[in-house]
Ligand binder design. Structure first.
Ligand SMILES: Cc1cc2nc3c(=O)[nH]c(=O)nc-3n(C[C@H](O)[C@H](O)[C@H](O)COP(=O)(O)OP(=O)(O)OC[C@H]3O[C@@H](n4cnc5c(N)ncnc54)[C@H](O)[C@@H]3O)c2cc1C
Ligand code: FES
Ligand code: FES
Length: 1358
């Protein structure tokens, strides 16, 4: 064996051992465990347990959460942990018990309370995140049957949901907590307290009719669900750890080897064995949690032929308390580290545990719980990441590390030399890290750690640091100072020069002054440094030191060393952020007394699939069982933004085992030109690529892993051409799609003349990734006859899919059937861009004549499919001293990307919303579509409307700032009134904004709140609050008139059951639930008799996409129409037998040979707008809403907290208040993401950096407002839609602008402290770096930005 290559596998290696583990109580023996396979793939593909979902493959979304239970032989105890199955290597599960969502309950057998409560509390919309959330909660309850709300919030740090806005999930699960009041079935002699009606829910409404009193108003509140229906939780009924496994675990371990295609996994049984192996395979990777190595292998394409798994070696899990501190074995997980340190902090004197507290503070914001449960302390150190959150603390604390090899032991200090370079440590190849000692602190020593990231929860750092100061005894003279920063260099670094200057100095303003100047010099960054945000990162190093300075000053005062404590108005800068448990109120109008119990219109009926979603039984596209001869597809995409393809070499790819073929444009029998409106893009690139991510071809192979490996092995040579990436590039090179649209009303020039003042401004609104939890997926099955093909697709546009596939395959549309059961979210992203994938998969299936499947990985989906259009708005506003706006001229530029897609309609909608809800006498808007070398941007909830309105609010905010008037007054002064005409000459009828506005002021307690904010701002220098109220008006209808049609088909079977189909697709919004409600009322039968299986092109043809918020309106009318036809046909039988049942009438009609199948159709009347004459009605009606938000901004870091939001939304007479409130809250939170958090980052060359939840942050549980009130406007029936309802999908999204402009108000308050007043530019999203940079102060002045044009930035604003 001595001559084996370092780390290479040899044919002489013994064959693999047997992997033994349990899944849902069933023993699994796997003789061919593949080291590269994750637990998730094994569950889904080998065991058919598809309840566990794949959302990202990088530990960032929690959709794959399962519970892993282990028996610890040495501690003689079993532990249960939530774990990300997408990162857990299959081989790491030897002797573990895995519990998946299927293992805890099912609709078919018995639900688990965790499943029941999320569903009944309306916490599941599309349901794709639901199994993961269920398993996070389940794991928590296994360890702690009656947790606190704080524990629940911690358990969900690693879970994302894109639909619900999180509030209903937290409310539903609050019932398990101490605060939620559920006794867990123990508290009452006759069962759970919930069934006795004694539960209290804080401010929440659930379960009880309450009077909610706010200001002077009293609002009667109805619950959206009844917790007394909930099954009690009985912890004694949980699945036990398999006794057989317990016995197996008690036996002595032996070395295990699992040999795969490319990798060998070795689990040594002892430390000696591990050191032997490391000596033999010095390049081998040690894998504990795999949270770093897993990412490297999956996303960086790295291969480690030998993996050593030391997780079970006792010495590496040892924890020892020594005289100097606590020594942790390198394999100790971060969860364990936290537990031990928390105990120590509770037990030991405070001055001894300063470092421990700092580590705990870092752990609070370190990843999600699923990651912390498996990730090891050694893994974090040895990854040597420059943004590690623990290394700066360890370095500032001078922790000692024990290194071990076969040759011996050495102890090194973690100092400036431990990391010699990017991702390098001083360890020799044959060495391992045995342990780390975290030291106690002593009296006169103070320690802090700070982490700043875009999102507070589960996010990687922008800058992170550990700061350690030791004072000479009983004095404020610095004896030693260590300032360690992450995020400021390729390694964690010490600010040595600054520390040196400060040693021997007293802790006073002079020291602070010099420290800031010195840090600004020492922590310099090149303007084009990777990660960007240069000014912000540099300012942070100083701002965080300032926080440390104040914190220490406070502690010195507390300890009697300093006489003067921190100024009261500065003290909030020393406070550590503590999340408060959110509370909420939902208000809606109940059904009128006397409405039949069977009539479910207007009732908060649960989403019809919610229970199945919560148990994992709901089937999504990729959950369809594999066909025996099925193949998998992986896309090959361009790495250049604009280039000629000079050659494609597939030789290496085709040689990979299992690969069947490469599909290129040459395989297309029909047409290669595609697109939803214009055929201006290719299915597969021919000789030119026009964006990074342009699909060039696809590899088809026996497994997804082989297909993806081969796709990466396809070599494409390019000849690069000049590319246009940003809107500014496009303006410079006049690269626009045609036409340029304009809407004009009045005489703008005259309006400016008549105005007291004219101001000009600009705002850039960044794009947004849809981040539907279920990525695009298609399964294509060629039927072998006449070119027939059946497609299962996750799409909002079954008809468009059918048409574009038929076009590419060269067959008529009648050979293609497209079927959509449900989507795991769509939000517009699957309206047109889903056809990119479905067409390629269909082509591949046609070529290989076998079923072909592809579900895109998250990074592929984000790269290829485009998102919301970034917009740039430039405006000129004429206004009076009173704040009344007279004239506005606005020019919009959208970044359309490399093809037209839906960009024109999106720009039109931006123009239709350019005045938001304000009556502007003279207004002119022009919209340019920038043609760039980015993936084509597309529909996204709001469809250009939010961007148009956002620009309007920007000029409204500028006018208020310029006039020095409260923004609420200026906005209200300019609001429309009933009967006003919009710039496109549509009369506003049944205008309800004034009512929404008034009610919103009331429920938010606006005026009191405003006074409180002003008082707060006077008392706090470094923390500012902002408050803002914003209206929205959203036009309902497709602006392409022909799309405003819908069809439905209803069959009554002879047993009385009804099968309903309609043209809309279910993506979580509850469309099918509403359609069943409509059919139920029209047919006069309980909804339980009605079923919708799917949407398909062979039942209802020529459907419009499920989009524009209009699907309930359109399909609802079509369903109503079909059901009315059936009712007419049944009429005679009802008349003949008035006391008969539904079944009697159906049977009688059948025997009388009556057609019990009817289709329905609807087209919206009176629509049609002409841009040239600015006449006609573009919209059937408008949905209205108003929101008021309050935020708190940390001026030193730019972080903000959403303190309060009140929303009043006019949804007409709600068809289903639970679903509608779900849309309001979900849409609002998606807007919060758009305007405050989500940032797509592109290189100047058009390469997208943000391709997964690791870098692209959507709102998490912790981002919801601490107080959230949602009221559906009462007594507002809408004559123009089904049963007087209104559309709700898109309109509420824009209300999140209230958060953005509240932030802007807070920044304005901060700027006044620096003597700045008047309008200032704030681009969207209001990320911490933008907020911090806008809060100009003496620290920002030390870090001026480099002059634009003198460097190439890392990322550009596209
Ligand atoms: C979703 C997500 C969120 C994250 N969030 C954060 C965060 O907030 N802050 C942060 O700092 N990091 C974060 N990380 C990074 C990562 O989780 C941590 O670095 C973690 O501690 C790595 O531990 P592990 O056991 O999973 O490492 P592994 O992937 O198993 O190993 C990592 C590296 O350490 C080496 N190694 C492990 N043990 C030893 C040993 N005993 N001796 C020598 N080498 C060893 C391995 O060979 C490998 O090179 C995140 C990762 C993910 C996926
Ligand atoms: S799929 Fe595992 S965390 Fe997203
Ligand atoms: S319900 Fe959570 S992602 Fe859709």
């Amino acid at each position: 064996m001595a001559n084996i290559d370092r780390g290479k596998l040899s044919a002489m290696e013994p064959s693999g051992d047997e992997l033994v583990f349990f899944v849902n109580g069933r023993k699994i023996l796997e003789r061919n465990a593949e080291p590269e396979m994750t637990l998730l793939t094994y569950l889904r593909r080998k065991l058919g347990l598809t309840g566990t979902k794949l959302g990202c493959a990088e530990g960032g979304c929690g959709a794959c959460t399962v519970m892993v239970s282990k028996f610890h032989r040495h501690q003689n105890r079993t532990v249960h942990h939530s774990v990300n199955a997408c990162l857990a290597p299959l081989c790491s599960l030897h002797h573990c018990a895995v519990t998946t969502v299927e293992g805890i309950g099912s609709v078919a057998s018995k639900l688990h309370p965790v499943q029941e409560r999320i569903a009944k509390a309306h916490g599941s919309q599309c349901g794709f995140c639901t199994p993961g959330i269920v398993m996070s909660m389940y794991s928590l309850l296994r360890n702690n049957p009656q947790p606190k709300m704080q524990d629940v919030e911690e358990a969900f740090q690693g879970n994302l949901c894109r639909c619900t806005g999180y509030r209903p999930i937290l409310e539903g699960y609050k019932t398990f907590t101490k605060e939620g009041g559920c006794c867990g079935g123990r508290g009452k002699a006759n069962g759970c307290c919930m069934t006795n009606g004694n539960a209290t829910n804080g401010n929440s409404t659930n379960g009880h009719k309450e009077d909610h009193i706010n200001g002077n108003s009293t609002i009667s509140i109805q619950p959206l669900y009844d917790p007394s229906e909930f099954m009690p939780l009985d912890p004694t009924q949980e699945v036990i750890f398999p006794p057989e496994l317990m016995n197996i675990c008690k036996q002595s371990p032996k070395e295990l080897r699992f040999k795969g295609e490319r990798v060998m996994w070795i689990q040594p049984s002892s430390l000696t064995e591990l050191l032997e192996l490391k000596a033999r395979y010095p390049d081998a990777k040690l894998v504990v949690g795999n949270t770093e190595v897993g990412i490297e292998m999956k996303f960086k394409n790295l291969l480690y032929p030998v993996i050593l798994a030391p997780a079970y070696i006792p010495e590496l899990n040892d924890i020892q308390h020594t005289e100097d501190g606590i020594v942790f074995g390198a394999s100790c997980t971060l969860t364990l580290l936290g537990d031990v340190l928390r105990t120590a902090v509770a037990k030991l004197p405070s001055h001894q545990t300063e470092v421990f507290k700092a580590v705990l503070e870092q752990l609070r914001w370190f990843a999600g719980l699923q990651i912390r449960n498996v990730a090891a302390i050694g893994g974090n150190i040895m990854t040597a990441s420059p943004i590690s959150d623990l290394n700066p603390v360890f370095m500032a604390a001078s922790c000692k590390l024990t290194l071990l090899s076969k040759g011996g032991t050495r102890v090194v200090e973690m100092d400036g030399s431990f990391f010699p370079g990017y991702r390098k440590t001083v360890l020799k190849p044959e060495e391992i890290l045995l342990s780390i000692e975290i030291p106690y602190t002593k009296k006169g020593q103070y320690f802090s750690a700070f982490k700043q990231s875009p999102r507070r929860e589960d996010d990687i750092s922008i800058v992170t640091c550990g700061m350690n100061v030791v004072f000479q005894e009983s004095s404020n003279i610095v004896e030693d100072l260590q300032l360690s920063y992450g995020g400021m260099a390729p390694t964690t670094v010490l600010a040595k020069a600054t520390s040196k200057k400060l040693i021997g100095r007293p802790w006073n303003e002079g020291l602070l002054e010099d420290a800031c100047v010195s840090l600004a010099e020492e922590m310099a960054l090149a303007p084009s440094v990777p990660g960007g945000m240069v000014t912000y990162r540099r300012t942070l190093t100083i701002s965080l030191f300032f926080k440390f300075y104040l914190t220490v000053q406070h502690q010195l005062a507390r300890d009697g060393v300093l006489l003067e404590d921190v100024r009261p108005d500065y003290s909030s800068a020393t406070e550590i952020f503590h999340a408060e448990t959110p509370s909420s109120v939902q208000v809606y109008q109940t059904v009128p007394p006397g409405q039949s119990a069977d009539d479910v219109i207007g009732r908060p009926v649960m989403h019809l699939s919610a229970l199945k979603q919560a148990t994992g039984e709901a089937i999504y596209c990729d959950d369809i069982p594999c066909f025996e001869n099925e193949l998998h597809l992986a896309l090959v995409t361009s790495t250049k933004a604009h280039a000629h393809i000079t050659s494609i070499d597939t030789a290496e790819a085709l040689a990979i085992p299992g690969v069947v073929t490469f599909v290129s444009y040459k395989d297309i029998r029909g047409s290669n030109m595609t697109g939803p409106v214009l055929y201006d893009e290719t299915v597969l690139a021919e000789d030119t690529v026009t964006c990074v991510g342009h699909i060039v071809g696809a590899v088809v192979a026996d497994t997804q892993a082989h297909a993806q490996r081969a796709a990466k092995a396809v070599r494409i040579s390019y000849e690069e051409m000049k590319s246009v990436v940003t809107i500014q590039d496009a303006i410079e090179s006049q690269s626009f799609f045609q036409p340029v649209r304009t809407i004009k009303k009045g005489d703008v020039a005259q309006g400016f003349k008549e105005s007291d003042h004219v101001l000009q401004g600009e705002i850039h609104i960044g794009g947004q990734e849809h981040f539907y939890l279920e990525t695009n997926c298609t399964l294509a099955i060629p039927r072998g006859e006449d070119g027939e093909m059946e497609l299962f697709v996750s799409t909002q546009s079954a008809t468009k899919t059918q048409a574009l596939v038929a076009k590419a395959l060269g067959v008529p549309a009648n050979r293609i059937v497209c079927r959509v059961k449900r989507m795991g979210g769509g939000f517009g992203g699957k309206e047109s861009r889903s056809t990119l994938l479905s067409t390629v998969v269909a082509l591949a299936a046609q070529k290989v004549k076998r079923p072909v499947r592809c579900m895109l990985d998250r990074d592929e989906d984000m790269l290829v499919t485009g998102g919301r259009h970034p917009f740039f708005g430039r405006y000129k506003v004429g206004y009076m001293n009173s704040g009344k706006v007279k004239a506005v001229e606005v020019t919009f530029y959208s970044n359309a990307g490399n093809s037209m897609d839906l960009s024109l309609s999106i720009m039109e909608r931006a123009l239709f919303h350019m005045e938001n809800s304000y009556n502007i006498p003279h207004m002119c808007g022009t919209g340019y579509l920038c043609k760039t070398n980015l993936p084509s941007n597309t529909a996204f909830r709001g469809f250009g409307g939010p961007q148009g309105m956002m620009v309007a609010e920007s000029w409204m905010s500028d006018v208020a700032l310029a006039c020095g008037m409260p923004s609420e007054e200026v906005r209200r002064l300019n609001l429309y009134k009933e009967g006003d005409l919009t710039p496109f000459n549509q009369c506003l009828e049944q205008f309800t904004i004034d009512r929404c506005w008034k009610e919103c002021l009331e429920i938010s307690n606006y005026h009191q709140r405003k006074a409180d904010v002003e008082k707060f701002n006077k008392q706090h220098r470094w923390t500012k609050r902002g408050l803002c109220i914003v209206p929205t008006k959203f036009g309902i209808s497709f602006t392409a008139v022909f799309l405003n049609q819908a069809g439905a088909l209803a069959h009554i079977y002879t047993d009385g059951s009804v099968l309903l189909t309609h043209g809309g697709t279910e993506m979580g919004q509850g469309l099918h639930t509403k359609m069943v409600q409509v059919a139920s009322r029209t047919l006069g039968i309980p909804s339980s008799k009605i079923h919708i299986t799917e949407t398909s092109t062979n039942t209802v043809p020529n459907t419009s996409p499920t989009a524009a918020s209009a699907s309930s309106d359109l399909n609802g009318m079509a369903v109503h129409n079909a059901c009315q036809t059936l009712m007419q046909r049944l009429g005679p039988y009802k008349a003949k037998n008035p006391t008969g049942t539904w079944e009697d009438w159906v049977r009688a009609a059948y025997f009388d040979r009556v057609n019990l199948s009817a289709n329905g159709f609807y087209k919206t009347p009176d629509l049609g707008y002409d841009f040239d004459s600015n006449s006609g009605r573009p919209f059937n009606y408008f949905s209205y809403g108003v929101a008021c938000s309050e935020v708190e901004v940390d001026c030193l870091t730019g972080s903000h907290k959403n303190v309060h939001t009140s929303i009043v939304m006019d949804v007409g007479k709600s068809l289903n208040p639970a679903l509608d409130i779900g849309q309001v809250e979900g849409g609002f939170m998606q807007g919060v993401g758009l305007f405050t958090l989500e940032e797509l980052r592109y290189s100047p060359q058009g390469y997208l950096f943000t391709r997964g939840p690791g870098m692209y942050k959507i709102p998490a549980f912790g981002d919801i407002p601490t107080e959230l009130s949602v009221a559906l406007l009462r007594d507002a029936p809408n004559e123009r839609a089904i049963f007087s309802s209104k559309a709700v999908g898109e309109p509420p999204l824009f209300l999140a602008a209230s958060v953005f402009y509240a932030i802007k108000e807070a920044i304005a308050a901060a700027r006044t402290e620096s003597g700045l007043s008047g309008p200032f530019r704030l681009d969207s999203p209001a990320t911490p770096d933008r907020i911090r940079n806008a809060c100009e102060d003496r620290f920002t002045k030390l870090c001026p930005p480099a002059k634009p044009g003198t460097f190439t930035p890392w990322a550009v604003q596209v």
